[in-house]
Design a protein around this ligand. Structure first.
Ligand SMILES: [Zn+2]
Length: 494
């Protein structure tokens, strides 16, 4: 049976990919597109931030089931902001040891729901071997010991748990090296300059060693982060950045006798986690949350949550979670952010209903809940009341809902609001804007993401060498079951 390889290319966008191919800058992607299925409008998960999307990719469900709300979120039980590392400044403020433990341990061992199974767990329970290279969501049935870099050892003071779970073949940069015969060749990718091996060149080095060692798992998920970092800084060079990813893919393909041979032996799937939106140049494109919410007592980042704090801000770039610290505060928060033209959507939940309204574009509202007589184009059932224009919902001739500005909006917004039980208000930024709060990274003139808008939310999906055809309209959450189907594994209902 063929092996399955799934490449997760951070911030790859359909139009950039197509332009790259048209300019002959991406021969490997082009080869796969010409020998397989290419989908240019796969809907990812909201918020459009890597951490919670990775969890959806490996579990096949939205955050309302896997329970990881985003890159940055608030956990009332511990009264802590959870941060899977969103930039040097906020991490320094919250504490590097806390954030390192969040991303390296808590995400998989505590935050990711035990009621859902990862693809690694499903496969290895049925006698298959699974692999994960540099993906931060990786829960599996084997235990692996992390070798922390010296700098991290110093700040964590040896307090952080070192045993993390993962599939049989597991790589986390230079902190966890797969159990194969040959060592991974040493290069720049192994130094702190290369984020401890969390970079494209190192991931491909590991993949090459895993495949050529004869221990290639039935399924391997490989994370390639470089495109995201570069796009944040220089979106105008998008095709160059993606061409560099293509070179890494080609380097892997060239280790086979031929690219045809690579496809005979493997199913290749390429997907992205989210897109990016270019942010305007001047300061007005940063929506300053402390100013907007100045009438509330705001929690100060880096300090303990105090009794008098009214709102905890968890900034996810073009999306923000605002957590009210006592009952009855939600309507006041909604009123405070209403009318701000740079805010695109405002959403909150009430007794199982999702309430949505547009930020600066009028006061029309929409509310919906799961179940009921209205189907969307993904086959989900809803009860909807109010103005469909708020989420740009459209009806086909049979009365089924389809989406335009906000792909798969109903499931995705529900997924984020119900990821945890706590009350929360979600705000998203209009195109060209992002949120700014104390110490948050900003990207004026660069790229950013996080919102529900299609620019951040539609990703390319390439499937080559497969027996089956990916159903359309495609969603990132359906990739897990597609892979199980390719490997003839019975999908386990969650
Ligand atoms: Zn990013």
């Amino acid at each position: 049976m063929k092996k399955v390889l799934l490449f997760l290319v951070d911030s790859m966008m359909p139009d950039v990919l197509e332009q790259c191919v048209a300019e002959n800058k991406a021969p490997a992607f082009q080869y796969m597109m010409e020998h397989g299925q290419y989908i240019n409008d796969c809907a990812t998960v909201f918020p459009t931030m890597t951490a919670s999307i990775d969890c959806s990719l490996i579990t096949g469900v939205y955050p309302d089931q896997h329970t990881v709300p985003g890159l940055v979120w608030y956990e009332p039980d511990t009264k802590k902001i959870i941060n899977y590392i969103n930039g040097a400044m906020p991490v320094a403020k919250i504490g590097i040891a806390h954030c390192a433990q969040n991303v390296l341990y808590d995400l998989n061992e505590k935050h990711l729901s035990r009621y859902v199974k990862t693809i690694h767990e499903v496969l290895e329970e049925q006698g298959f071997v699974s692999g994960s290279i540099n993906v931060i969501a990786h829960r599996g049935h084997k235990k692996h010991t992390l070798q922390l870099p010296l700098a991290l050892q110093a700040v964590t003071g040896g307090q952080m748990p070192r045993k993390v779970s993962g599939p049989s073949i597991f790589s986390m940069g230079t902190m966890a090296v797969p159990n194969i015969f040959r060592p991974i060749p040493w290069g720049m990718g192994h130094t702190s300059l290369g984020s401890y091996g969390i970079n494209d060149a190192y991931a491909i080095d590991v993949l090459i060693e895993v495949v050529t060692s004869g221990k290639q798992p039935d399924f391997t998920l490989v994370y390639l982060p470089d495109n995201d970092h570069k796009l944040h800084r220089s979106p105008m060079k998008a095709t160059e950045h993606l061409a560099a990813v293509d070179q890494q893919i080609a380097r892997f393909l060239n280790t086979f006798q031929s690219w045809e041979k690579a496809l005979e032996e493997n199913v290749f799937i390429f997907i992205s986690d989210h897109g990016q939106t270019t942010i305007g140049l001047d300061d007005s494109h940063n929506i300053e949350l402390e100013k907007l919410l100045a009438s509330f007592r705001l929690h100060k980042l880096g300090e303990e949550i105090k009794k008098e704090d009214e709102i905890v801000i968890c900034n996810n770039e073009r999306m923000t979670y605002l957590y009210p610290m006592y009952d009855g505060l939600t309507p006041k928060i909604v009123a405070a952010v209403t009318g701000e033209p740079r805010i695109d959507l405002i959403a909150w939940k009430e007794n199982g209903w999702v309430h949505v309204q547009n930020g600066g574009r009028g006061h029309n509202t929409l509310k919906y809940r799961k179940g009921g007589g209205q189907s969307d184009c993904y086959g989900m059932q809803w009860t909807i009341e109010g103005d469909l224009k708020v989420l740009d919902l459209q009806l086909d001739s049979q009365g089924n809902i389809f989406f335009d500005s906000y792909p798969d909006a109903l499931s995705r917004l529900h997924g984020a609001l119900f990821a945890r039980n706590d009350e929360v208000v979600i705000i998203t930024a209009a195109p060209a804007y992002e949120f700014y709060s104390e110490y948050a990274p900003t990207h004026l003139g660069g790229g950013s993401h996080g919102s529900l808008h299609k620019r951040d939310s539609l990703v390319p999906l390439i499937v080559a060498g497969a027996k089956h055809v990916m159903k359309r309209p495609a969603r990132l959450v359906d990739v897990k079951d597609f892979i199980l189907q390719e490997l003839a594994v019975q999908a386990v209902p969650v």
